[in-house]
Write a protein that binds this ligand. Sequence first.
Ligand code: SF4
Ligand code: SF4
Ligand code: SF4
Ligand code: FES
Length: 950
Amino acid sequence: MSINKEQDFGTPVSTSSQLVTLEIDGFKVTVPEGTSIMRAAASIGIDIPKLCATDSIEPFGSCRLCVVQIEGGRGMPASCTTPAAEGLKVVTQNQKLAEVRRGVMELYISDHPLDCLTCSANGDCELQDMAGAVGLREVRYNPIETHLDAVKDESNPYFSFDPSKCIVCSRCVRACEETQGTFALTIDGRGFDSKVSPSQNQSFMDSECVSCGACVQACPTATLMEKSVIDHGQPEHAIITTCAYCGVGCSFRAEMKGEQVIRMVPNKNGQANHGHSCVKGRFAFGYATHKDRMTKPMIRPTIKDAWQEVSWEVAINHAASKLRRIQAKYGKDAIGGITSSRCTNEEVYIMQKLIRAGFGNNNVDTCARVCHSPTGYGLKQTFGESSGTQDFDSVMKADVIMVIGANPTDGHPVFGSQMKKRLRQGAKLIVIDPREIDLVKNSPHVQADHHLKLRPGTNVALVNAIGHVIVTEKLMDEAFVKERCDVASFTKWETFIAQEHNSPEATESVTGVPAAELRAAARLYATGNNGAIYYGLGVTEHSQGSTMVIGIANIAMATGNLGRDGVGVNPLRGQNNVQGSCDMGSFPHEFPGYRHVSDPDTHQLFEAAWHAELSNEPGLRIPNMFDAAMDKNFMGLYCEGEDIAQSDPDIQHVHAALRAMECVIVQDIFLNETAKFAHVFLPGASFLEKNGTFTNAERRISPVRKVMSPLAGYQDWEVTQLLSNAMGYPMNYSHPSEIMAEIASLTPTFAGVSYEKIDELGSIQWPCYDEASVGTPIMHEDSFMRDNGKGLFMLTEYVPTIERSSRKFPLLLTTGRILSQYNVGAQTRRTENNAWHAEDRLEIHPHDAEDRGVKMDDWVGIKSRAGETVLRATITDRVQPGVVYTTFHFPESGANVITTDNSDWATNCPEYKVTAVQISKVNQPSEWQEKYRAFSETQLDLLEQGINNS
Ligand code: SF4
Ligand code: SF4
Ligand code: SF4
Ligand code: FES
């Protein structure tokens, strides 16, 4: 089978609206002005030989293989760097051109190992292709000096660098600069000595390289090559699917050999990523076939017993009868389920359907509870729809970019690269974050104009101060407010926000941000033309998370930064399908499409469609489930794809609640932390083993396609369907497309969505109201989605969190992410990504470290009002004095042992971002860590015993 390669047009597309017509080899062609002759030729099927050009980066004109002749013109210009112009007559093939090209190729080949047959790129090498294309038959040169014995760099775990095969075309260098924006590569030396060099002649691993793979993708030879291709040979076929890691939702070609993934290549036509990727989606897919994958259903009477492997039928019937028995004993509402933002839309939809219609209650919640639930609440209240307003490409039109509580280069790397590109083009940057994220000044050619380094927990005071400047300095877009917003609500907000206690001067002592700096930033946002806000969990995971989202919406409306390209309010979603899992009705108070369960029309609609009596009472949220479990009112849980025993706050309480339940059913690909408390384990399928869709942070519904058979035999939606049938609520879908058809029939914003349309368009951004619609890249263009079409201003009084630093707990701990690991780390920890980040560390400012006698790499105990854990210290001034920071990717780190149970007033989203702590030097793990280790080892023994006994 041959792999269907994507066409390479040689140079990037021109977006000019002006057209020019020229003639190439006698054929007329019309292209946008600024298109290269090479691209114009490729568009009519004439492939001019090339080596140093590729359509993902700007042309460079170094190899001279692409020369052409132009009637009336002098010499032989390179077609990659010569723009098409009106009336040109171009010849791409004749004797003279052929001789020049052969000469060029002869030179390249004379310094190239002639091992094509055994080369890993054999069949996928542009140098080889070009030798054939120009008809090279002999190499007359026999150079005295060559690069053939240059030493390989194997330091990167995923790709190798073999300089003996390098033709110094600099495609890798340009890809690293233009596409990724890391500038890790240079061409070092001159003439014969010139060579590709990572940073200062370092190995790839020691350089600034972030292993995004853009250079590997761009390399026309086997110089930069995926190790998986070297090990397993060239792939045979490719299937387009969507990355299962973050909310960017990159599109990939899964390049396969039979059922084995050989490599994941970012899809050039991917509308979210335009052919770019990060280290996770590009390389960290090995977890899907890791030896820890669970492939057999298992049951056990209690969590002290060994697991017993059983058939699917036994496991499902056992789970169903246990749940039914609990309902009989404790009441209908004593069971519920938790869905995950890692699951597909279709899986989430039928899970909540099972709970609402099959369990007969609304006890369904999702992990978005602990991340973006305040976004849902805040944006729904103000704009009428709980989603981001823009597509990612909108950032390329932004003039001022405000990043609040987000770290795009680590958390959303492909979008981070796009944002950096826009910043290098000159857009201004305001960063609001307690910590110095890379965008502030650690990204080449990017620097924040203002870094408002606020104290954790003071977001609302800060956004109010920005609002105060906008109102009192008359920086509003009055016409926008008058036409597009609820004027009465604006008037109230204007009066409130103008009050002195909201001024930058009054809030300075609270936020720690100098008033003058804040005023300058507010002016820049309000007056810098297109102002776009991007925010993350640093906004939502606070006791006033929803208030802050509303505060952001207020300033965007006041300045008219909504409803067009280049502006907007954009939550950067953490996990791949946070948006989708919320859309699909996985909150206890809402049916799919964010309609309240008590709304009579909606209630009736779903009762009729699902043929079931549904409750119109909102069900339990995740924290309420835990509390109810401790009170013996919630005794059975079905948890799919979510690891609450690691990811939720105040973890000791969560563990106690799980121990208190009579039946915990976990459906996952690994025996995760929650499964250690489970009685039934249902093996899940990775994203490579199932069909469905994910919805990314820009509301883009993209296809997830099965590229290999499910290791455990079933896709996850099939498992939920089996459980539903066993519970007595019949479901008989034969494909997820049927589930999507049902979603579309019941959800107005999805009415025009279908698998056929997704196949045809590649993806669709909801709202998509009917068959004719191709979706909505930018929301609220003419009116807001609220009933009266007007944006609503709301008052945002700053209420300090009750979590304060004190003499006993003088430092504030805040948390974040790192590029190479993902969320609880269940996937990335089972890949070579550990080479970059093998443990969670505590970042501490040099002054705070010195005060406590803590040195780099020391073990430090971190004690909060909730608990204690131990991590190693990294001393850095990226954090400000008084603030410490950690990631939470490793269960043994116990970051959530110390987080408190404070939560957002509106949505219960936990306050992960502010915990008062004390730090001290220690030399042993915390008591919790010792206990956790022992418990974890016991659970792994019980698993081992079960496997050995079956
Ligand atoms: S490593 Fe590849 S892309 Fe980079 S200069 Fe060498 S051949 Fe060109
Ligand atoms: S992998 Fe990415 S960051 Fe590393 S050198 Fe290549 S393009 Fe640059
Ligand atoms: S940016 Fe996100 S979606 Fe894209 S490859 Fe990386 S993890 Fe996957
Ligand atoms: S492809 Fe045009 S000069 Fe190399």
